[in-house]
Design a protein around this ligand. Structure first.
Ligand code: GLU
Length: 589
């Protein structure tokens, strides 16, 4: 969360930083700000709201060194005063993360006579650096970092010093090299089209960025060498190309995301297979959509590999006191690879001698550096806050993993059928008629998604997607639970959407549909089973999906429910790409 961009080079810093912040806006859009240095003097422009609000300032901010920020507020409401950059004395900073001991630092600094203008935790960083500054900005940032508890990706500038100093702990910092100047950013898309190479800072690193040089240090000011990689994000892949929103563009990119993920798996199969084959217990974890993918993965590992498998929210798992026997493998699913809870859960399991397999869309992310193996989710940059293609690609990765270990004759058939997942998604998107159901959702007071088995995992994701982008309340339930409580919510103003794609459980789910119709609720059935569609035709809004094996049914079902959420948001006039209060890449706790 929060996007940060720093630049030192030959071009207008404000213009470059502004463009970079636009590319990182998915990380937060509560406020934005830029600070630029010219002849040693720093000027700041910051505004509550979206990055575009800074456009008029960009024309007048002159200078070739600067830092910028797009905020997802953690401490202090979105406002002009709380927007970053924050200045104290000669020092100006931007910060991504949370300073957990900010209150005590703030009262100590206030007692020393320092004045604070914002409610943020971040402002104490500027005050501390200014307090420690005695002519060496790097030293002052290192001294400040020693005092901080929590997480930070921070950039600091000091009046009179023509440089940016960066510090990193538990929030991502990437250096961009080899363009017309040097960059320091939160995430790779901000480098697309700007420079050919990048270098990823590790926790505890500091960096000094000038127009002509970039140097990395440890906390004793010893130089540190970090590997250099090519920048993979392409300018072309992060523009809308005629689509009205990133959500629908990325949904249509799902087939290629799945197909790339399947081919990439071949490169890592051997190592992953070895880890999973020896596993006595597999624990899958993630947050939000990634957790819902983990729930599907759990079914795959249990049923296809015949392994004991569980799925748990990473935010819960990291504070469990697990008893880990030998042979435990943690499968950590995270789109960004930086999700704080997932990374910390992985660190915990690693410290207890479990093996960790990361399933991630970001090859240089934090999770990859603490994992024994990395399964690439090759979805490409996902700009919409609500995940679409990355979810389908995560399912493809998890199914590939299970099939690499499964030994039943059915696995060979499934492996062949998995190759047709991209065309199933495409067919679903081309043929589905979701408009009437989207209208029903838009009119409903609440929408409940239900299913059993793998369909239950899909129901949870469908509900999350709809909530995220349309703000309509609801939940996902196992269809079996309906009569244990949820049925009390059913009336003419609520909509129940049943996902029924598992033949073995279809008649059980059909009972729940009948019970809901009897109670006068609006009902829809999303199914790949012809007989189920026929059973409810005329009595419920039936959405027919291409038929497929139940293990492959998530591909069509995901496309359908993602499309439904998109259409509902658009019907209600919401911006599906930037849901209120949310941001992508949840790097804070
Ligand atoms: N804690 C800081 C603030 O609320 C930064 C938030 C973030 O990293 O998203 O301003």
């Amino acid at each position: 969360m929060c996007g940060i961009v720093g630049y030192a080079g030959g071009d207008s810093a404000a213009k470059i930083i502004y463009d970079g912040l636009l590319k990182l806006e998915y990380r937060g859009y509560d406020s934005a700000g830029i600070a630029v240095m010219e002849q040693g003097k720093i000027t700041v422009a910051k505004r509550v709201g979206r990055v575009q609000k800074l456009a008029p300032s960009v024309q007048i901010l002159e200078g070739n060194i600067g830092i910028g920020h797009t905020r997802w507020a953690t401490h202090g409401k979105p406002s002009d005063e709380n927007a970053h950059p924050h200045t104290s004395g000669k020092i100006t900073v931007v910060h991504n993360g949370i300073i957990e001991n900010y209150a005590e630092l703030k009262s100590e600094l206030s007692a020393e006579g320092r004045i604070f203008l914002s409610e943020t935790d971040s402002e104490v960083i500027a005050a501390l650096i200014d307090k420690f500054y005695d002519g060496d900005l790097l030293k002052a940032v290192i001294d400040c970092a020693r005092m901080l508890k929590g997480s930070y990706a921070l950039l600091a500038m000091c009046e009179g010093e023509e440089r940016i100093v960066a510090a990193k702990y538990r929030s991502p910092v990437i250096l961009g090299l080899g363009g017309n100047g040097n960059f320091v950013v939160s995430d790779e898309p901000a480098l697309a089209g700007n420079c050919p190479e990048l270098c990823v800072l590790e926790d505890g690193d500091f960096a000094v960025i000038t127009p002509l040089s970039v140097a990395v240090y440890d906390s004793m000011k010893n130089p540190v060498i970090r590997a250099v990689y090519p920048v993979a994000a392409k300018e072309q892949s992060i523009v809308l190309r005629g689509y009205p929103h990133y959500m629908i563009k990325e949904l249509w990119e799902s087939p290629s995301a799945v197909s790339r993920t399947l081919s990439e798996f071949a490169k890592v199969q051997y190592g992953v297979e070895k880890l999973l084959k020896d596993a006595k217990k597999i624990i899958l974890t993630g947050c939000g959509t990634a957790y819902h993918a983990a729930l599907v993965g759990k079914r795959y590992f249990c049923e296809i590999c015949k392994k004991s498998a569980e799925a748990e929210y990473a935010g819960e798992l990291r504070y469990d006191m697990p008893v880990i026997g030998c042979g435990t493998v943690l499968v950590a699913v995270t789109q960004s690879g930086e999700t704080a809870d997932t990374v910390e859960a992985a660190r915990l399991y690693k410290s207890l001698n479990a093996k960790v397999i990361a399933v991630t869309n970001c090859p240089h992310s934090a999770i990859t550096r603490i994992s024994d193996a990395v399964v690439p989710v090759a979805a490409g940059p996902e700009i919409c806050v609500a995940a679409t293609k990355s979810y389908s690609a995560q399912i493809a990765a998890l199914l590939s993993m299970a099939l690499a270990v499964g030994r039943s004759p059915e696995c060979e058939v499934l492996k062949r059928e998995l190759l047709s997942a991209p065309s199933t998604i495409l067919k679903t998107l081309e043929e589905i008629d979701i408009y009437a159901l989207a209208e029903m959702c838009a009119r409903s007071r609440g929408v409940y998604f239900m299913g059993r088995g793998i369909d239950y995992a899909l129901a949870l994701e469908a509900s999350l997607k709809l909530k995220e982008v349309s703000y309509i309340a609801g939940s996902g339930y196992p269809a079996s639970e309906l009569k244990h409580g949820a049925l009390a919510l059913i009336d003419g103003g609520t909509l129940s959407v049943f996902l029924i794609n598992d033949e073995a459980l279809a008649s059980k789910s059909a009972n729940a549909v009948e019970q809901t119709i009897s109670r006068g609720g609006m009902v829809s059935v999303i199914t790949s089973l012809r007989e189920v569609g026929e059973q409810f035709s005329g009595r419920a809004e039936v959405i027919t999906l291409p038929s497929s094996n139940r293990y492959l049914s998530p591909f069509a079902a995901a496309a359908a429910v993602q499309f439904l959420a998109y259409r509902t948001a658009v019907t209600l006039g919401r911006n599906p790409d930037k849901p209120r209060n949310l941001a992508k890449s949840v790097t804070v706790e």
